[in-house]
Design a protein around this ligand. Structure first.
Ligand SMILES: CC(C)(COP(=O)(O)OP(=O)(O)OC[C@H]1O[C@@H](n2cnc3c(N)ncnc32)[C@H](O)[C@@H]1OP(=O)(O)O)[C@@H](O)C(=O)NCCC(=O)NCCS
Length: 157
């Protein structure tokens, strides 16, 4: 499968909204917005991040079709990666290839990531791209409605 990244277009956002409010995906990601089904909050959030020069956000294409998003955000000393793939396309290597491409496009190091400790798919994606577990945390996960264990990952310089 051919996986590539391009600039986010307005027409991608309704797809992102559907995938980022999918209850199974939201539960896996755990640390989500307060109400992922709130379209107004989603639109406001995406307007903010797409206008922020410190955020590198890309649309993931799989065989030319929009399949998800991947990006880097955060303050200079705590740059974090994030990604989200259409659930219908999980398990085909898209996130791994997309993150690898993002890491080539964004040379900043170190980079960090956080994932719910039980988000096995995300952990595997990060480890395949060279991140290692460097810390543990606990935080309130909106999607779970409770304190949830989190792993911190680092891709060193
Ligand atoms: C995590 C996520 C991005 C993975 O996307 P994906 O395109 O399915 O990932 P890949 O196909 O590249 O899978 C990479 C590896 O993870 C494994 N994997 C994927 N989902 C898994 C799961 N639920 N449980 C266990 N392993 C899983 C794959 O088998 C593969 O390992 P392998 O190469 O050893 O076979 C996707 O599930 C997702 O969008 N989840 C919701 C959002 C999210 O959690 N984002 C990350 C927040 S930290």
């Amino acid at each position: 499968m051919d996986v590539s990244l391009r600039q986010v277009r307005d027409g991608d956002l309704p797809l992102f909204f559907d995938w980022m409010s999918d209850p199974v995906a939201v539960h896996a990601a755990a640390f989500t917005s307060e109400d992922p089904a709130d379209r107004h909050a989603f639109d406001a959030h995406w307007a903010r991040i797409l206008a922020d020069p410190a955020v590198v956000m890309r649309t993931v294409l799989a065989d030319g079709a929009v399949a998800g998003s991947a990006g880097v955000y955060g303050p200079p000393d705590d740059r974090e990666v994030t990604y989200w793939i259409d659930r219908a396309r999980w398990g085909r290597g898209i996130a791994t290839t997309a993150l690898a491409a993002l890491l080539v496009a964004v040379p900043e190091r170190p980079l960090y990531a956080r994932a719910a400790a039980d988000n096995a798919g995300s952990r595997r994606v990060l480890e395949k791209c060279g991140f290692t577990v460097t810390g543990k945390d606990r935080g309130y996960a909106n999607a779970r409605g409770e304190e949830t264990a989190e792993l911190v990952f680092t891709l060193p310089g």
